[in-house]
Design a protein around this ligand. Structure first.
Ligand code: PEP
Length: 251
């Protein structure tokens, strides 16, 4: 039985004051979501604050990206795995479509980031997803397999056990338009089978999150699908009441 994970990707949002209010609202309600893993993913500058406020709570935290460089050094603007460990992060998002698109991250760079994360004891939330044009051309699965295979071919079999996948159709992110339950289940099942071809045991334990306009109104339907093991939530994770409703739908 896979324990669901609901992760809140704050993207480039927040301030010290706003974060305190949001985190306090969530931790006050934490007794309501004991059966689900919950993680907050603030921007880098707020990891210290997250650590201060979330230590000794049921909630975990992590970062939105990690460098492809395994060691610290002359890499302006980058953040290493060791730095994330200084703030006791447990998770790191890699390959979010906003980074693949805006920063031209390749499948191999994303896979390398996942490997470095695992080697440092972090759990990578590896985002994969197709654009609207790719879906309309019938290329959804070939795009997802290309992105996923880069990871499968880069990690060792034991490392596969630490992977979290997030299926995030690009056309559903921040648009208010979620994929349908049928589209989501089809993709999640296909991704699990892809991993199973490599390692059946890892595939059974694999958490595959759905992300793309998850909100209280659609969370229960999406979280009830057999191959959906949680959610990566953007916009709705910034509103305590909405994020709690999504967590409860996953419970
Ligand atoms: C995301 O940022 O990963 C995301 C899914 O955003 P939203 O929930 O706002 O669509």
């Amino acid at each position: 039985m896979r324990k669901k994970l609901v992760a809140g990707n704050w993207k480039m949002n927040g301030s010290l004051t706003e974060n305190t209010a949001l985190i306090n609202s969530l931790t006050r309600q934490q007794s309501r979501f004991k059966t689900v893993q919950v993680a907050l993913i603030p921007p880098f500058p707020y990891l210290f604050q997250a650590q201060q406020l979330l230590t000794s709570t049921n909630l975990s935290w992590g970062a939105q990206d990690i460098s492809t460089e395994p060691q610290v050094g002359a890499f302006t603007g980058e953040v290493s795995a060791s730095m994330l460990l200084d703030f006791a992060c447990q998770y790191v998002i890699v390959g979010h479509s906003e980074r693949r698109q805006r920063h031209h991250e390749t499948d191999q760079e994303v896979a390398t980031k996942a490997k470095i994360a695992i080697e440092n004891g972090l759990k990578p939330i590896i985002c994969v997803g197709e654009s609207l044009v790719e879906r309309e051309k019938g290329e959804t699965l070939s795009v997802l397999y290309r992105q996923t295979d880069a990871v499968l071919n880069t990690l060792s079999l034991p490392q596969l056990q630490h992977v979290i996948l997030a299926y995030e159709p690009i056309w559903a992110i921040g648009t208010g338009k979620s994929a349908t339950a049928q589209q989501v289940q089809e993709v999640h099942q296909a991704l699990r089978q892809r991993v199973a071809a490599m390692d059946w045991v890892a595939a059974q334990g694999l958490n595959i999150l759905y992300g793309g306009s998850v909100k209280p109104a659609n969370a229960l339907e999406l979280m009830s699908l057999p191959d959906v093991d949680g959610a990566l939530v953007g916009g709705a994770s910034l509103v305590a009441e909405d994020f709690i409703a999504i967590i409860e739908a996953a419970a």
